[in-house]
Design a protein around this ligand. Structure first.
Ligand code: ACO
Ligand code: KIV
Ligand code: MG
Length: 511
């Protein structure tokens, strides 16, 4: 039996189904390139039929990466399949992911189709897709609440029609590990031809069982695991791929199987996905949370000082969390910055380098030590700027503890007009947001606000995440600065820009 477990990353598709998350084309390409560096085998780049913007993004991802197979999701209809063909044709290493629900609940209540209609449509879709693709994944949505006899029947038929990967998603995060494993044993025993296809699992985390379910599936013979970096995804999210990779690595003695994930790239990939999706990683998150390698209590600290293996089953350096280097400062030159950018994996051209260098010097005037994290933040901010319709020009705040703060905000719009807003608020951040609302002239609801420190120390950059609702649409935004009020304004504007920017090219998540 194969010792390799393929990793199928759907951060750009199921991950983008996270409420409030919406990635633009450049962000998707950036994540895809990092996924390639991280050794991901298959990238699901989107749902080409969802919108012209999604179709373009799927194409751009396929053009941007070489090694991973790039797929797009499609329903079992010709239009969806044609959209995938349009997005991907002309590229190498491509495939399609066709799905339809197979549970009685979904078939009766959602699709309003009979079993035989679902069967017939699935076979037709796979057969039609096989004219264009060699790599055809077929998913039985809500498979874990589907009748097992029906799953066997449909599996056998789609294999005959040309499916090369069979995926059995736990769409609603319902099944237990033992039940899931048993289903795979049964499918492997009963479905003719199943030994010739890749068997795949796709677990959601509604009951916190996504990782253990994926591992149980592996023990039952599954050779592909689908999931997302940081466990993002619809509702409670998908299995976190880094958890599966690290579990297999750390417990190789038990599983005797490995992924091709480049473990050293995990921390970087996680940070990138967190930043671009605006989904902070909880401190206690397995593998990549800030506390994953921190020891707080005396007995533990004593043990770790004497020997790390007492309380550490994996090493931070395994996932690329080496000590953060002090890298550059106020007196560093352009070449040093360029070299550091290359080491961090950025390929900035001369124009971009010029702009980043200018911002780097401005930051160095405000902050003594520029760390890798600061540089990453600078590049991200710089790349985001290219999409800004409203830019922050200035904030001034008057504040004392006995009265309400007052904020004056100046923005530049994309015609370079200076726009002014002034407002008070319950706190300084509230006053700034109210002043921005006044300029934008919209009713904007702040749904979430989080602040984190990018690095350590008094002069650390603050990273603010917000989620807003505007025009009945949810969006997230992120801002970074050594000044947390500025970071807050940047995050708020990023969310507004996201809604304004993408509304024309993408179906945004309506509430
Ligand atoms: C489990 C998952 O994660 S599935 C992936 C979910 N992802 C998304 O839905 C994101 C992208 N979706 C979209 O942009 C839109 O929903 C679209 C473009 C796909 C479809 O939009 P619309 O045509 O307006 O349909 P709408 O979303 O309202 O309803 C879905 C329709 O697809 C049908 N459908 C659902 N799944 C399938 C399927 N696998 N195969 C065929 N038809 C399907 C539904 O029955 C419904 O049909 P109806 O309109 O005849 O009732
Ligand atoms: C489309 C399928 C694979 C899915 O995301 C699910 O069922 O959760
Ligand atoms: Mg899913």
């Amino acid at each position: 039996m194969s010792k390799k477990i393929y990793l199928f990353d759907t951060s750009l598709r199921d991950g983008e189904q996270t409420p409030g998350v919406s990635l633009n084309l450049a962000e998707k390409v950036e994540i895809a390139k990092q996924l390639e560096k991280a050794g991901i085998d298959v990238i699901e780049a989107g749902f080409a039929a969802a919108s012209p913007g999604d179709l373009k993004a799927v194409r751009a991802v396929a053009e941007a990466v070489e090694k991973p197979i790039v797929v797009s999701l499609a329903r079992t209809n010709k239009e969806d399949i044609d959209a995938v063909v349009e997005a991907l044709s002309g590229n190498n290493n491509i495939g399609i992911h066709i799905f339809i629900a197979t549970s009685s609940i979904h078939m009766e209540k959602k699709l309003r189709m009979t079993k035989s209609q679902v069967l017939e449509q699935s076979v037709e879709a796979v057969r039609y897709a096989s004219q264009f693709f060699n790599h055809i994944e077929f998913s039985c949505e809500d498979s874990t609440r589907s009748d097992l006899d029906f799953l066997c029947e449909i599996s056998e038929q789609v294999i005959k029609a040309g499916a090369t990967v069979l995926n059995f998603p736990d769409t609603v995060g319902y099944i237990t590990p033992w039940e899931y494993a048993n289903r795979f044993w049964t499918l492997r025993k009963r479905v003719k031809g199943i030994e010739n296809v890749i068997l795949s699992c796709h677990c959601h985390d509604d009951l916190g069982m996504a990782t253990i379910n994926s591992l149980a599936a592996i023990e039952a013979g599954v050779t592909q695991v689908e999931g997302c970096i940081n466990g993002i995804g619809e509702r409670a999210g998908n299995v976190a791929l880094e958890e599966v990779a690290l579990a297999l690595e750390t417990r190789y003695d038990h599983f005797q199987k490995r992924t091709s994930m480049v473990l050293k790239e995990i921390a970087k990939t996680s940070k990138l996905v967190s930043r671009l999706t605006g989904m902070p990683v909880p401190a206690n998150k397995a593998v990549i949370g800030a506390n994953a390698f921190a020891h707080a209590s005396g007995v533990h600290q004593d043990g770790v000082i004497k020997d790390k293996s007492t309380y550490e089953i994996m090493k931070p350096e395994t996932i690329g969390l080496d000590e953060i280097d002090l890298v550059l400062g106020k007196l560093s030159g352009r070449n040093a910055l360029k070299q550091r950018l290359i080491t961090l994996g950025y390929d900035a051209d001369e124009d971009e380098l010029k702009n980043i260098f200018k911002k780097f010097k401005e930051l160095a005037d405000r902050k003594k030590q520029i760390l890798d994290e600061d540089i990453i933040a600078l590049v991200d901010n710089q790349r985001k700027n290219e999409l800004e319709l409203y830019k922050l020009r200035n904030i001034s705040i008057s504040y004392d503890t006995s009265s309400q703060p007052n904020a004056s905000v100046q923005l530049l719009n994309d015609d370079d007009q200076l726009l002014n807003g002034t407002s008070s608020g319950n706190g300084s951040v509230d006053a700034i947001f109210n002043a921005i609302d006044q300029i934008i002239d919209k009713d904007i609801e702040l749904l979430d606000y989080k602040i984190l420190s990018v690095t350590k120390g008094k002069d650390a950059q603050g990273e603010v995440f917000v989620q807003i609702k505007m025009d009945d649409t949810l969006a997230q935004g992120r801002g970074m600065s050594v000044d947390i009020l500025e970071a807050s304004a940047e995050a708020y504007l990023a969310a507004i820009n996201r809604i304004k920017n993408l509304a024309s090219s993408k179906v945004l998540k309506k509430i």
